[in-house]
Ligand binder design. Structure first.
Ligand SMILES: NC(=O)c1ccc[n+]([C@@H]2O[C@H](COP(=O)([O-])OP(=O)(O)OC[C@H]3O[C@@H](n4cnc5c(N)ncnc54)[C@H](O)[C@@H]3O)[C@@H](O)[C@H]2O)c1
Length: 384
């Protein structure tokens, strides 16, 4: 029998989200109060208090983690990394711009679970962390049903923040460099408030993401929700949908098929391209950063390339006969985009490591390995 004095006292009032079993007085059970959530208690069974070091209390690094949009390009890489770390991962996705093949290899794992779910609807799961990635990211897909895109960003944020508030979870928002719109400040620091056309074709995405950021900060101020917000700049890599319609996947598919490569405008508009592994490292670092490090933080690769340069590099790496053809620049297409990543460097010790050519080689190899007829086009747009 373990002496009674070895256990901490049961608190008078337990929070709503505490494990029900802890409401009963169970011999041999102690309750540890979390530093981060003063209202939360963790139940430790049969460990005498004398043996409960700070390490034991803060241990159990394994968490229950919800990833919305987890079957998508970024989400599938994130799920993989979290599963590899041993966390219990729930992937929620409505498969609008993805398909199960991205996470098929995870389906048999005991610490991975897939739910078909649309984030515009509430979701009730008990988790410690939420990564909110659900949203179409490519212009052709987010413009396909613009109203749904706004709903996904705004109602998705409300539903996930509500869940985070209820269960005391830390929540991460995948925001975007598109909140800067067509920037008149270059490169873009986090303090830049942007130049977005609120009634343009891209507004459903840009304003949806801006409103989601607002909601995150309001839930943080008003309800003390522990938030993390990243503004992601163009990212590429394996698991991009081959009919995704974004510049890197378009160019690679066209080059592999020896088709003309379409450049909108004169190709002098610039973008920065971050390899997916680098980006996911940044996600994990921000989630694990101290609680005063909530963002928004720019994550992207500051190396700046013109669209024409990108096309030429892809043609060279594929060894393709493709020619460049030029079409009109779509309305509101940003002319330049490059992140200032000083905050990520200083606060997270993060910076991208993968060079564009190295990342493109891996991405090209991935696209070469695909059987394209096994991919459903998310919308009826054609690569042109
Ligand atoms: N990849 C980038 O370069 C980039 C840049 C900026 C921001 N982001 C953001 O990162 C997140 C992930 O982007 P991605 O590149 O992986 O795109 P993606 O389209 O590959 O993934 C998005 C995922 O969300 C799912 N989804 C869409 N609407 C949903 C809904 N209503 N309910 C549930 N699931 C839904 C899709 O089916 C898909 O699996 C997005 O929020 C996007 O805005 C990405």
């Amino acid at each position: 029998m373990i002496p009674k004095e070895n256990f901490q006292e049961k608190p008078k009032k337990l929070p709503r989200n505490c494990d029900k079993t802890s409401k009963e007085k169970i011999p041999g059970v102690s309750l540890a109060q979390s530093n981060r959530y003063p209202n939360r208690f963790t139940v430790f069974s049969v460990i005498p208090t004398s043996e409960l070091t700070e390490r034991t209390i803060m241990a159990s690094p394994l968490k229950r983690i919800l990833v919305t949009g987890g079957a998508g390009f970024l989400g599938s890489h994130l799920c993989q990394r979290l599963v590899d770390k041993g966390h219990d991962v729930i992937c929620a996705d409505n498969f609008f711009t993805s398909q199960k093949s991205n996470i098929a290899h995870l389906l048999g794992k005991p610490n991975f679970e897939l739910i078909r779910h649309d984030v515009t609807q509430p979701l009730w799961v008990e988790v410690d962390e939420i990564y909110n990635l659900a949203c179409p990211a490519s212009p052709v897909h987010y413009q396909y049903n613009a109203i749904k895109t706004v709903k996904t960003s705004v109602m998705g944020a409300i539903n996930m923040l509500g869940l985070a508030k209820r269960v005391g979870a830390k929540i991460f928002q995948a925001s975007t460099s598109e909140v800067y719109g067509d920037p008149d400040v270059h490169p873009q620091p986090e303090s830049y408030r942007g130049n977005v056309n609120p009634i343009g074709l891209r507004a459903c995405y840009d304003e949806g993401k801006r409103c989601a950021e607002t909601l995150f900060f309001d839930y943080h101020r008003q309800n003390g929700v522990n938030i993390r917000v990243v503004r992601i700049f163009n990212t590429y890599g394996p698991h991009m949908h081959p009919y995704d319609g974004r510049v890197v996947s378009n160019f690679i598919i066209q080059a592999l098929n020896n088709e003309n490569i379409t450049i909108y405008g004169d190709g002098s508009q610039t973008r920065s391209f971050c390899y997916v592994d680098d980006l996911i490292n940044g996600f994990l670092k921000l989630m694990d950063a101290p609680d005063d490090c909530i963002g928004p933080v720019n994550l992207g690769n500051p190396g700046e390339f013109t669209i024409k340069q990108l096309a030429e590099i892809v043609i060279k790496l594929v060894g393709s006969n493709s020619q460049l053809v030029y079409k009109d620049l779509p309305k509101d297409d940003p002319t330049q985009r490059r992140p200032i990543i000083t905050q990520a460097q200083e606060k997270l010790g993060w910076e991208p490591k993968v060079k564009l050519e190295d990342g493109l080689k891996k991405t090209i190899a991935y696209f070469q390995s695909l059987q394209l007829d096994q991919f459903r086009r998310p919308t009826n747009h054609q690569i042109q």
